[in-house]
Design a protein around this ligand. Sequence first.
Ligand code: IPE
Ligand code: IPE
Ligand code: MG
Length: 239
Amino acid sequence: MTVETAAPLHVALIMDGNGRWASQRGLPRAAGHRAGVQALKRTVEGAADCGVGCLTVFGFSTENWRRPAEEVSDLMGLVRSYVVSDLKRLTKAGVRLKVLGRRQGLPADIADIIRRAEADTAHNDRFLLQVAFNYGAQADIADAARTLAEAGRPIDENALSQALSTGEGPPVDVIVRTSGERRLSNFLLWEAAYAELVFQDVLWPDYGPEPLRRAVEEFRARDRRYGGLPDTPATRVAV
Ligand code: IPE
Ligand code: IPE
Ligand code: MG
């Protein structure tokens, strides 16, 4: 008999809606981003209880450099304070932190903070938190293909999957986007091949364990077929 197990899920989150949350309150966009960091902390804290073992969050896209310099600098400042202020707590909770995206182009001190945080948490294995920062899926795929080509290795689906910045982590089960927008905005394009997509109307600063639980519930009700017949349950089946 096969037993349906609720294996820990890999949930990817497009954290969208900080600006709208702020403008609804007559606040500057930076206030929305600050509230967004609190939402991220709440979500990470509650993720394991929602059956999630890996969270990949979109923090800054390769296209977000198009925003006004002041907003870009606010976002850089937040990643500094988030990583520095939360590192102890993350380490204590057994969280491994990995930052996806190009280091090139980031301020040197941020690249340094990221390097240290990844090294300090490298041995944690209770939970994997991947933060996509200066990340674009097209750039990531191009970088992976270039790495393989330069090493003279064959470029096939498996090799490319592993050479992506997400290559070490588990496969993405579900991509969630908040704020009601229904597009991927250059996030995890390759990994999205058979991921389920969930769109929630909640603005990111209002996010936390409860909306995540609802997203997981919606995911678990899906019928994942991978091109086969409709008998593969959304939760993985132990053999
Ligand atoms: C998401 O919120 C955070 C980042 C993209 C960095 P936005 O800043 O995109 O908020 P909206 O979409 O303008 O409401
Ligand atoms: C995607 O959101 C990037 C992040 C959430 C970090 P955007 O707000 O930048 O996406 P678009 O511009 O609405 O597509
Ligand atoms: Mg947005």
